[in-house]
Write a protein that binds this ligand. Structure first.
Ligand SMILES: NC(=O)c1ccc[n+]([C@@H]2O[C@H](COP(=O)([O-])OP(=O)(O)OC[C@H]3O[C@@H](n4cnc5c(N)ncnc54)[C@H](OP(=O)(O)O)[C@@H]3O)[C@@H](O)[C@H]2O)c1
Length: 270
C-alpha cells in the first residue's frame, strides 16, 4: 500500500478552483485558503457591484502574483448569465477540480411578514442558482475527467436549527435544501469520482453581513448569541479556511455526502 505524507494530502497544487460569491465576505477568505494551499488557477464570480470583482482580482493577484486568477461577473439568479459564464470559462480552462458554492443571500423578518419577492430572491439564489452552477460545472469539467473532484456547498447552522431571535424562513429552508442537494449529488456522481459535501457555519465574526445579524429590532443580540456557544467565540474566517482545504483536498478523498457543522458546539448543547 502506497501512503502519502499527510501534509501532501492537504496540498492543492495542480488543482483549479471555482468559487461563487468570491468577490466579498467569506468568499474572499475561501479564495485565500485555496490559494495558500497551492491551487494553480482560481476562478471566482460575483454580481460585481461597485467593481468588487475587479477589486478582488487585483487584491488576490497582488498576494499571489504567480497564480492565474480570473473573476467573472455573473448573477447566479439568471440561468443565461451562468451559461454564458461557463462558455467563457471553457475558453480559459479545461479543468475545474474544486467548486465552492458560497454565494448566498438572506432576508430576515418574521415569517408572517415574508413577501413572495423576498422568498423567491433567497430561494432562487441559495438553492436554484447553486444547483445550476453545480450542474454546469460538473457536466462540463468534473464528470468528463473522472480523476477526482470536490464540490463544497456552504450551508448554515440554520439548516438544522430554527432561529427565534432573527427569523429568516426562506434562508433556513434554502440552506436545509442544500443538505438534500448534497446527498443526492454525492450518491449520483460518486461513480465519476465527484465528491459533494456541505459546511454548516454558525455566526462568522468580522463580516458586514453579520453586523446586521447582531442587531434585531434595534436591540443588540451579540452577547446573547455568544453566551449560547460552548466554545465561547464566534466562527473566525480561519476556521472556515481549514475545513474548506480539508474538503477540497485528497485528505478527505473518502468523504462524500457529509455535513461538517462549524458551530463551536452550539448544535449539540442540551
Ligand atoms: N456570515 C455568516 O455568519 C454565515 C453563516 C453561515 C453561513 N453563511 C453563508 O456563507 C456564504 C457567504 O456569506 P457572507 O457572510 O460572506 O455574505 P455576504 O458578504 O453577503 O456575501 C455573499 C456573497 O454571495 C454573492 N451573491 C449573492 N447573491 C448573488 C447572486 N445572485 N449571484 C452571484 N453572487 C451572489 C455576493 O456577491 P456579490 O455581492 O458580488 O454579488 C457575495 O460574494 C453565504 O452562502 C451565507 O449564507 C454565512
Amino acid at each position: 500500500m502506497i501512503q502519502k505524507n499527510v501534509i501532501d494530502l492537504f496540498r492543492l497544487t495542480d488543482k483549479t478552483a471555482f468559487i461563487t460569491g468570491g468577490a466579498k465576505g467569506l468568499g474572499t477568505a475561501i479564495n485565500e485558503a485555496l490559494l495558500e494551499a497551492g491551487v494553480k488557477k482560481l476562478f471566482f464570480c460575483g454580481r460585481g457591484r461597485h467593481g468588487s470583482v475587479d477589486a478582488e482580482s487585483t487584491r488576490l493577484t497582488g498576494l499571489f502574483p504567480d497564480v492565474e486568477i480570473i473573476g467573472h461577473q455573473c448573477d447566479i439568479n439568471d440561468e443565461s448569465q451562468i451559461s454564458s459564464m461557463i462558455e467563457e470559462v471553457k475558453t480559459q480552462t479545461d479543468q475545474i477540480d474544486i467548486l465552492v458554492n458560497n454565494a448566498g443571500v438572506t432576508w430576515a423578518a418574521p415569517s408572517t411578514e415574508q413577501t413572495m419577492k423576498s422568498w423567491h430572491r433567497v430561494i432562487d439564489t441559495n438553492l436554484t442558482g447553486t444547483f445550476l452552477i453545480t450542474r454546469d460545472v460538473a457536466r462540463e469539467f468534473m464528470i468528463p475527467k473522472t480523476q477526482g473532484s470536490s464540490i463544497i456547498n456552504i450551508s448554515s447552522l440554520l439548516a438544522i436549527q430554527g432561529n427565534a431571535e432573527a427569523p429568516q424562513v426562506g434562508y433556513t429552508a434554502s440552506k436545509s435544501a442544500l443538505l438534500g442537494l448534497t446527498r443526492q449529488l454525492a450518491v449520483e456522481w460518486a461513480i465519476h469520482k465527484v465528491r459533494v459535501n456541505c459546511i454548516l457555519p454558525s455566526f462568522v465574526e468580522g463580516l458586514d453581513s453579520m453586523a446586521k445579524m447582531f442587531t434585531v429590532n434595534g436591540s443588540p443580540i451579540r452577547q446573547t448569541l455568544l453566551d449560547m456557544i460552548p466554545l465561547s467565540r464566534f466562527v473566525q474566517p480561519d476556521d472556515l479556511k481549514a475545513v474548506i482545504c480539508f474538503l477540497a483536498s485528497d485528505a478527505s478523498s473518502y468523504i462524500t455526502g457529509q455535513e461538517i457543522v462549524l458551530d463551536g458546539g452550539l448544535s449539540v448543547k442540551g
